[in-house]
Design a protein. Sequence first.
Length: 193
Amino acid sequence: MDVARSELILGGQKSGKSRRAESLAAAWLAAAPTHRAVLIATAGAHDAEMRARIARHQRERAARVPGLVTHEAPHELAAAIAQAGGAETLRIVDCLTLWLTQRLMPLPGHESHWPAALDGQAPAAIIIEALRSCPGPIVLVGNEIGLGVIPLGAEVRAFVDALGQLNQAVAARCQRVTLMAAGLPLTLKDAAP
């Protein structure tokens, strides 16, 4: 499995997105002894179920890819990407959807500094700048949630629109874009050398 300079992996829940990212990390780590891999986790542990889910994911990931180091960055994603290492470090961001959710629809006590209007342009600018300045390869994981029924409620529809804007902007700048379904990758774009 070859690692692109930048890859966006999209799909539904439990489609195999994170497993593909982990496979890329394993391939990267195996390719050279100087390679490192960092998973930048964006999930916030706001309740008991989510804390248990995060702990389970950490245990399972450590068993599958022992060399993959995890850093939590539910808010300051660009800084986490920049600080993860140099050109020898593969970064995995898992996932853009949770990061966007926490930025645009924060839980009480975790208010965002962004305007109240749900808009994918400001988050996209942050991620695109992080992609541009990232010294090593990067894999971004996100959800494709626009394939289902139109959600009830203006706020949820606005979020779906904002996520669609973010996904489109990031996809336009990544070398490779992969859509996952039932654990199988479908390459939508591959401009990697």
